[in-house]
Design a protein around this ligand. Structure first.
Ligand code: KG4
Ligand code: ZN
Length: 334
């Protein structure tokens, strides 16, 4: 079975073809980075237009890469939320149009569910598992009990983790999206130089908070009263990254106490591409005698393969959606 997955909920126009044997026959991601860079973040209206301009090309390239014709597709899945609604509409309408023309089933995919299930495309991970979903728009701990059965254990009370990386990157003079640049910059830095706050650390509950940390980095940068030296940037990046890591480790270890029966812990979402964070989390999880699993980097950030896979898992359960399905800017997992 060949399923096409379409992703347009943020700043990546992406499509992929996946089979029920977990083969990824094609995987095309067009990043809108250049369009948004001068604004220092994603501009929804520019994003929606860029998706519209690019989507046909991306799907054509995907079919070419998979050496498939349209009529060989068995089902079409598209992200239908949550996300920037202009972009979501482009992907959803494109997916529905292809499904209508081919008279093939359509599956409306929840973007968060796609991130949550992405690990099952590349690894053998049975339900249930504990998921840390950390992306540009979300930071949540989720008990993935079964397909379609997600208990959101906690969320961020202010900024998302990726958003915080992006803001810190901007303060350090790196272009959007800043996560990879901050990670790179931190490599030669002293993580102990700046004692940034670890918001909510040692507090009860599992929620995240990053705005105090972001403000502390801002104050530190301002305290230099001039351009930062390279080593200062590195030390700020490393100290910041260490603070995020300490928060993640604290929250995750509390979550493991809350759901002691899970055997596997998964990280997903763009921030999950960060090798330093992965390593710290892996050490914690393995110290608790659980398995730590992270999808390959290309399936951590937004992509069509995770959408195709989530659609396929749903379809195999007998689930399809009508072409009248209305895209949703908000669509909580729980
Ligand atoms: O999952 P994603 O591609 O899109 C959303 O659904 O939001 O996540 C993008 C976010 C951005 O904020 C980006 O800066 C962050 O993930 N990110 C990283 C890294 N790579 C991407 N953050 C930290 N370290 C990285 N290596
Ligand atoms: Zn995402």
């Amino acid at each position: 079975m060949y399923i096409l997955g379409i992703e347009t909920s943020c700043d990546e126009t992406a499509a992929a073809i996946v089979t029920e044997k977990k083969e990824v026959l094609a995987h095309v991601v067009f990043s809108q980075l250049e369009a948004h860079r001068k604004f220092g973040g994603v501009v929804p209206e520019i994003g929606a237009r860029a998706h519209l301009e690019k989507i046909q090309d991306v799907i054509k390239q995907t079919l070419q890469q998979g050496s498939l014709a349209f009529d060989q597709l068995d089902a079409i899945a598209a992200t239908c939320g949550p996300g920037l609604i202009g972009g979501v509409l482009v992907g959803a309408v494109t997916g529905k149009s292809i499904a209508a023309y081919l008279k093939k089933p359509f599956i409306a995919v929840n973007h968060l569910e796609a991130h949550a299930l992405s690990v099952r495309l590349t690894e053998d991970v049975p339900f249930p598992y504990l998921l840390l979903l950390a992306s540009g728009g979300h930071c949540q701990l989720i008990h993935v009990k079964d397909l379609g059965n997600y208990e959101v254990l906690s969320t961020t009370i202010d900024d998302a983790a990726g958003e915080t990386f992006d803001k810190v990157a901007r303060l350090l003079g790196f272009p959007y999206p800043g996560g990879p640049a901050v990670e790179q910059c931190a490599l030669g830095g002293n993580a102990k130089r700046f004692p940034f706050p670890r918001p909510l650390l040692n507090k009860s509950g599992l929620d995240f908070s990053f705005s105090g940390l972001k403000t502390a980095v801002l104050r530190t940068v301002e305290s230099f009263k001039g351009p930062l030296q390279e080593q200062d940037k590195k030390d700020i990046a490393a100290s910041f990254q260490q603070a995020v890591s300490d928060v993640f480790v604290d929250r995750l270890s509390k979550a493991l106490e809350a759901v002691p029966t899970v055997k596997d812990v998964v990280i997903a979402g763009g921030v999950g591409a960060n090798q330093f964070l992965r390593h710290q989390l892996q050490t914690l999880v393995e110290s608790k005698e659980k398995r730590f699993i992270a999808p390959p980097l290309k399936y951590c950030t937004d992509n069509g393969a995770m959408v195709a896979w989530a659609g396929l898992e749903r379809f195999q359960q007998g689930h399809t959606d009508p072409l009248t399905f209305a895209p949703r800017p908000r669509w909580p997992l729980g």
